[in-house]
Design a protein. Structure first.
Lengths: 406, 318
């Protein structure tokens, strides 16, 4: 039996500690993990919990991230609660197994501490790894700060393990900006945290020796499409109701309210930026300042990246005239993911909206408040003109002559 | 520990309750199915199995069918060992936490993989599992080639073999490299038990499998699996070819205990020339051209040297 840990109501934790404490509190049965910057402390913290009796599951320190997820898949299919953590190159190495986990409908939880992808090698935060995972069939939650990283882990376990869902889920946080920045985090006591997620209820578990099961079958043109269609269907229809229910229950328990799409200052806004991660908090601050100057600007934060919150965004974007999609990943030959997804979201709506794309913060470069002020000024000009007044895509904060396209 | 299954004769063995069904898509004459049945029938214990991508996997779990009457998982090409190691970790966790549904039963964890999935692409995963000491058995179905994808060379492919990626041709006798010595490598991991088996020597094989099931820790079994399709012999000759392999000492049967102590477990009464084994298979046909005689000589020399080495190791008891 794992020992309980006494926590203060507010602990000063960075995002990594917040995630590892949540992993401890839900009493995971198997963690198979491999260290990589900047998610390493999650694995180290967990090892320390184990060494001091606060965890009584198995902790398998494997030889690569691919093996980490492979071990998680085997453990999950065996029938128990499973999670791990990674970043960047490790995430990239895991990609094959990400599709395997979701295709086998195994509710593994993966904490992804976002970091750039090489080359050039870079240990700092951007969203390249997060974007790499977006077609992998996982549910993807995005944390903007350590408190979110803590809270969303509980939500992720509760939703992923629901027998109607049975899909793996990632909880993303920004490398270093969230993972290594200590803030006050409101905690749950161990019993309350565990109860919110509840006991793991196995399904098609390999360790039920009286009911042997076959996991990971072969299908070709005869059945593959049906499997993928079913998974997509469940992502599109079953996940959001359960996330919303989990958010509601969490708010009732803690008073902390989460939304599938987070909106700030959007009610009468003419222009908004849509962004993820720590950029949301910076943008909210700038938007608050601009509001004081009488400028009608707001922020939309994507809380759930997959499934893509189409309906929630349509609703949030009502009346907004100009949208700036802020992508923290190199689009490498097209528009940023958020731009493309938002274009697909608003294109059939009744309202004409001007949509532009800003690529920022690659490899951990800071997003400055002054840059956001400029972006908002451009967006307000777009709103006023009813058409783009700038190039459709601009790279923000990069050396040399201004880089923009279309 | 669980009770050891008693197997006295082949008939008794063949009537064991099958947990690997005859309904599968493997080629007629494929040794994989013989080996898998022999391993599964060696124990009455519950089994948790994995297969890496390969012939066994694609031929036995084609949705909506399965040939497996034991829990079975396939993830990918390289990670079957880690899949079953993950399941073994879950077993340990649930046992400790008192959540096993059948707490009085102790399943065995077995991973099946081809030589490509073991010697090549899955090597790191197997090495990791063995270093960590999972209580699993990894069985290589060693047909010395990527058979599932149509006969490409692997690092288990022996010298002189003609494969689709290292074919024999006007200026080439086929594979240039010699077969990787996986048993030595796995023994060097300090595994409690490492053995080479062949399905024609079924008593030897059962003994080794039961030994493997009885020890704690990772067990490595290299099972020679004669491949009618890629080795190019008639499907009804699988066991005859296997006999040639073991009697020519091309596949010597031995075991290594605790990483060091080597025992030879089969000594042919009449050792036959290696060329008799090679000549029975289409993959080596070109070696019998005059210009390739040096490869035949090289083959015999290598087999003799290996046998000499194994005997010296056995005598030395190290």
């Amino acid at each position: 039996m794992a020992e309980k840990m006494e926590l203060r109501d507010i602990e000063v934790w960075d995002g990594n500690m917040a995630a590892s404490q949540a992993m401890r509190q839900v009493q995971i049965d198997v963690v198979a993990a491999y260290p990589i910057t900047p998610s390493t402390p999650i694995v180290e913290n967990y090892g320390s919990f184990l060494a001091n009796g606060y965890v009584d599951g198995e902790f398998v320190m494997v030889e690569s991230e691919h093996a980490a997820m492979s071990g998680c898949i085997g453990a999950s299919a065996a029938g128990g609660r499973v999670a791990t953590a990674t970043s960047s190159q490790g995430f990239a190495l895991m990609v094959e197994t990400l599709y395997q986990a979701s295709g086998m409908r195994l509710p593994v939880i993966l904490n992804v501490v976002n970091r750039a992808l090489a080359a050039p090698l870079n240990v700092n935060g951007d969203h390249s790894d997060m974007y790499l995972g977006r077609d992998s069939g996982w549910i993807q939650f995005d944390a903007y700060n350590p408190q979110n990283a803590y809270d969303l882990n509980f939500i992720a376990f509760r939703v992923a393990e629901d027998h109607e869902v049975r899909l793996p889920a990632m909880v993303h946080q920004d490398g270093f900006l969230t993972s290594h920045t200590a803030q006050g985090v409101h905690t749950l006591d161990d019993d309350t945290a565990y109860s919110f997620v509840g006991d793991f209820k196995p399904m098609n578990d390999m360790l039920d020796l009286d009911h042997p099961v076959t996991h990971g079958v072969q299908t070709e043109e005869d059945w593959h499409f049906e499997h993928k269609a079913r998974q997509h269907h469940d992502l599109m229809t079953k996940v959001f109701p359960r996330i919303q229910a989990a958010f509601d229950a969490f708010e009732k328990l803690t008073g902390r309210k989460y939304n599938i799409v987070e909106t700030y200052n959007t009610d009468d806004a003419d222009a908004v930026v849509v962004c993820m991660g720590t950029a949301v908090e910076t943008a909210v601050e700038v938007s608050n300042e601009l509001r004081e100057e009488g400028k009608k600007v707001g922020v939309i934060g994507i809380r759930v990246i997959r499934p893509w919150p189409y309906d929630q965004l349509l609703d949030a974007l009502k009346g907004i005239k100009a949208i700036g999609a802020l992508d923290r990943s190199s689009p490498n030959g097209t528009f940023g993911m958020l731009y493309n997804e938002l274009a697909g979201t608003v294109v059939n709506g009744d309202e004409k909206k001007v949509l532009t794309n800003y690529v920022y913060g690659l490899g951990g470069r800071d997003l400055l408040k002054s840059q956001l002020r400029e972006i908002y000024a451009e967006l307000l000009a777009n709103a006023e003109a009813g058409k783009p007044t700038t190039p459709l895509q601009q790279l923000i904060g990069v050396r040399g002559p201004k880089i923009s396209f279309h | 520990m669980s009770e050891m299954k008693k197997i006295k004769n082949l008939k008794e063995f063949s009537t064991s309750a099958d947990r690997f069904e005859g309904a599968n898509l493997l080629c007629p004459g494929c040794a994989h199915s013989i080996i898998v049945r022999e391993i599964l029938n060696a124990t009455n214990d519950d089994l948790i199995l994995s297969a890496s991508t390969g012939c066994l996997e694609v031929c036995t779990a084609v949705y909506p069918y399965t040939s497996w009457d034991a829990s079975w998982i396939h993830i990918g090409f390289e990670n079957g060992s880690t899949a079953v190691a993950g399941a073994e970790a879950m077993y340990k966790a649930l046992k400790r936490k008192g959540r096993l549904k059948q707490p009085d039963r102790e399943p065995k964890f077995v991973s099946f993989a081809g030589d490509g999935a073991s010697y090549d692409i899955g090597f790191q995963w197997i090495s990791g599992c063995f270093e960590r000491g999972h209580n699993i058995m990894h069985v290589v179905l060693d047909n010395e080639v990527y058979a599932n994808t149509g006969g490409q060379r692997s690092s288990s492919t022996p010298i002189g073999s003609s494969t689709t990626t290292a074919p024999a041709g006007r200026v080439s006798y086929g594979e240039k490299q010699n077969k990787k010595d996986m048993l030595a490598i796995m023994a060097a991991h300090g595994a409690p038990y490492v053995a080479q088996v062949a399905p024609n020597k079924w008593k030897d094989m059962i003994k080794k499998i039961q030994h493997g099931f009885a020890v704690e820790g990772p067990v490595f079994i290299n099972a020679m699996s004669a491949c009618t399709t890629e080795w190019k012999f008639l499907p009804e000759d699988t066991i005859a070819i296997s006999d040639l392999a073991t009697d020519s000492l091309v596949f010597p049967l031995y075991e290594i205990i605790d990483g060091t102590k080597l025992n030879i477990t089969y000594r042919p009464k009449n050792v036959i020339p290696v060329k008799d084994y090679l000549g029975a298979q289409g993959r080596f046909k070109h070696l019998f051209k005059p210009e390739n005689k040096h490869v035949l000589d090289e083959w015999q020399k290598r087999v003799d040297e290996k046998w000499e080495y194994l005997q010296r190791r056995e005598e030395a008891g190290v």
